[in-house]
Design a protein around this ligand. Structure first.
Ligand code: S3P
Length: 176
């Protein structure tokens, strides 16, 4: 049977991992993270993959993950921020589950990401002057994909427990 996964999508720093783990716990489902899956398969961190094999290779791995997700038991899955922007990926996502977009404003993302810039391969080489415009432009390129999610949930306040409760209620309404 095709699994009915719950995919969390959204920009880096939108809270997918924290919220995903909590949601999985509440629903008694396994939690899976696409970045972790790729790291394990390649025996190196996402940062090392970007550096040694390049971003194009990483995006291919993200598609391989989506394909592999077809054979996973029903799970809550956190997807890397760039994955929904890969051509046809949303179609694949919606073949095997439903998507939830954690919607966070540009300014909040900037605040959160500033603190962890060095750990993020797409941000770590940017100068202070480049950082804000880069995030703004990448978010505006991607938001159109994120908004195709079945459920859009604001995550401005960074209160995962409260948000997970709201998500559960919305999922029940969708009979999911
Ligand atoms: C990326 C987001 C990261 C990771 C990689 C690229 C992106 O995942 O996949 O660094 O292009 O937005 P998170 O969104 O989980 O941080």
């Amino acid at each position: 049977m095709t699994p009915k996964h719950l995919f969390l999508i959204g920009f880096m720093g939108s809270g997918k991992t924290t919220v995903g783990k909590l949601l999985a716990e509440r629903l008694n489902l396994p939690f899976v993270d696409s970045d972790k899956w790729i790291e394990e398969r390649n025996g190196m961190s996402v940062g090392e993959i970007f550096e040694t094999k390049g971003e194009t290779f990483f995006r291919e791995e993200e598609l391989a993950f989506l394909d592999a997700s077809k054979t996973l038991e029903r799970s809550v899955i956190s997807l890397g921020g760039g994955l929904p922007a890969i051509e046809n990926s949303l179609e694949l996502i919606h073949q095997v589950g439903k998507s939830i977009y954690l919607n966070v404003s540009l300014l909040t993302l900037i605040k959160r990401l500033k603190l962890e810039r060095e750990f993020r391969p797409k941000l770590k080489d940017l100068s202070d002057a480049e950082f804000h415009p880069f995030v703004e432009s990448l978010l505006s390129e991607r938001v159109h994909y994120y908004k195709q999610a079945k459920l859009i949930m604001p995550n401005e306040r960074n209160n995962p427990n409260e948000l997970v409760e709201k998500i559960e209620k919305e999922l029940a309404k969708l009979n999911f």
